[in-house]
Design a protein around this ligand. Structure first.
Ligand SMILES: *Cc1c(COP(=O)(O)O)cnc(C)c1O
Length: 443
């Protein structure tokens, strides 16, 4: 075993990538940066992004015909695996009936009923087209409902690219945010306060100082966009208490965690209910979708019932609703979350053992089927600690895995996702690849 591993490490076989390279060149001539979402460009790990030609189950196939075991899963939506038959059938059936009417359909009501049955705090919901739209609209609604302007967010949490949320904070303390992107006016972030994640004291302090002006605190209940960072014991209930005490709304951004960590989202897993919840990703089954929902009294403030305006030409699109409903219904099959947990645990343990054997220091964070291997000693509990990771080492690991047919997120700060299509032999092949990849890092 050891001898074989050592031999393989010396002979990493570079997979063919000429077609992806040509495709990337052609894309760069017409698309900004060659991609429609920055992380796809492999900027954080270097090299050429693989252009995907098709996918089935847990496997992606690129333009050069290489197969990869996929742990990105379209960044979360593909929890059943790619091109899953029930979802394909539901979307095809919807397609055959026409695909956009600009008028209400019963498909929207069906998916809404299912989500309301599953996610504890949602009584009414509104569908939009992306997670970005969901958080942007939830903030507007929270401001409209409370009559207050300030928003609190956590450093390292990502809530899409709305101006007010593209902020960076200051060195682990509660501060007013400054724009983290060019093109965002300081005025657009001047009502956004930034606090460190998992820090009860700083959250308490910001509410003590500004409580009467805070409309909402927005948080990823399990952070997934600085790598996977679970909430510390009691953190979410502390935030719930602060919001109650100061008359602010608690908004959970469950765009990633909704149906991922539990059928009831992170709120179902941890037993803490927000006032508003943002959803996306899984609830569209891989089609463009987002949603926000919560207490009926708050949702009643939305146009056309109330004064808070929000609209969408393609919102509640019939294909997205059908694919989303089929996906969510499939997650009600017996044993689904147990299976995700078992496969994810097997993967996590295998990766930890492989790293230990090679003498590579890593720390893993995992909640069910979302996890991150941080190249550092940890613990990773917030952005300051996450940022201490050795991203160059992650990039080398990423490419060593890619060369061995495993497609990991092309950034240290994105979570791996395991799907229901990941079979035992694929998990085992991944661990075997990791043994070689870790060994190669210290060779
Ligand atoms: C992906 C994500 C978003 C943004 O969703 P888009 O559909 O990409 O706009 C927002 N919040 C969280 C927690 C996410 O993971």
């Amino acid at each position: 075993m050891i001898v074989r591993t050592a031999m393989k490490v010396q002979q990493p076989k570079p997979p063919a990538s000429q077609k992806s390279e040509a495709a990337f060149e052609a894309a760069k001539a017409v698309l900004a940066g060659g991609v429609n979402s920055p992380v796809r460009a492999f900027g954080a790990v270097g090299g050429t992004p693989r252009f995907i030609s098709k996918a089935k189950g847990a496997v992606l196939i690129d333009a050069d015909g290489n197969n990869y075991i996929d742990y990105v899963g379209s960044w979360g939506p593909m929890i059943l695996g790619h091109a899953e038959e029930r979802v394909a059938a539901a979307a095809s059936k919807a397609l055959g009936k026409g695909w956009s009417f600009g008028a209400p359909t019963e498909a929207e009501t069906r998916l809404a009923e299912q989500i309301i049955a599953d996610i504890p705090s949602i009584e009414r919901i509104r569908f939009v087209n992306s997670g970005t739209e969901a958080t942007m609209s939830a903030i507007r609604l929270a401001r409209g409902f409370t009559g207050r302007d300030l928003i609190v967010k956590c450093e390292g949490c990502y809530h899409g690219h709305a101006d007010a949320l593209l902020v960076k904070g200051g060195s682990g303390l509660a501060t007013f945010g400054t724009p983290s992107s060019a093109g965002v006016p300081a005025a657009a972030t001047s009502n956004t306060l930034v606090v460190p994640y998992n820090d009860k004291d700083e959250a308490t302090r910001v509410f003590a100082e500004h409580g009467g002006k805070i409309a909402a605190l927005l948080v990823e209940p399990v952070a997934g966009n600085m790598g996977c960072v679970p909430p510390l014991e009691g953190y979410l209930s502390h935030l719930r208490g602060l919001c109650d005490q100061h008359g602010a709304l608690l908004i959970f951004d469950e765009v990633m965690t909704g149906y991922r960590v539990h059928i009831g989202g992170a709120q179902g897993l941890y037993g803490v209910c927000p006032d508003l919840t943002c959803l996306g990703k899984i609830i569209g089954g891989g089609f463009p979708v987002g949603a926000y929902g919560g207490r009926a009294e708050i949702m009643a403030k939305l146009s056309p019932e109330g004064p808070v305006y929000q609209a969408g030409t393609l919102s509640g699109n019939p294909l997205a609703m059908a694919a989303g409903l089929a996906t969510v219904q499939a997650l009600h099959d017996a044993g689904v979350y147990e299976k995700l947990e078992a496969q994810s645990q097997k993967l996590a343990e295998g990766l930890a053992a492989a790293a230990a054997k090679a003498g590579v220091t890593v720390v893993q964070n995992r909640v069910g089927s979302m996890m991150t291997v941080f190249f550092q000693q940890g613990p990773v509990v917030n952005w300051t600690t996450a940022a201490q990771s050795d991203t160059d080492r992650y990039a080398r690991f990423f490419h060593a895995m890619l060369a061995r047919g495993v497609y990991l997120p092309p950034s240290q700060y994105e979570a791996f996702f395991v799907s229901l299509a990941h079979a035992d032999e694929q998990i085992e092949a991944t661990i075997e690849a990791a043994r070689e990849a870790f060994a190669g890092l210290v060779a």
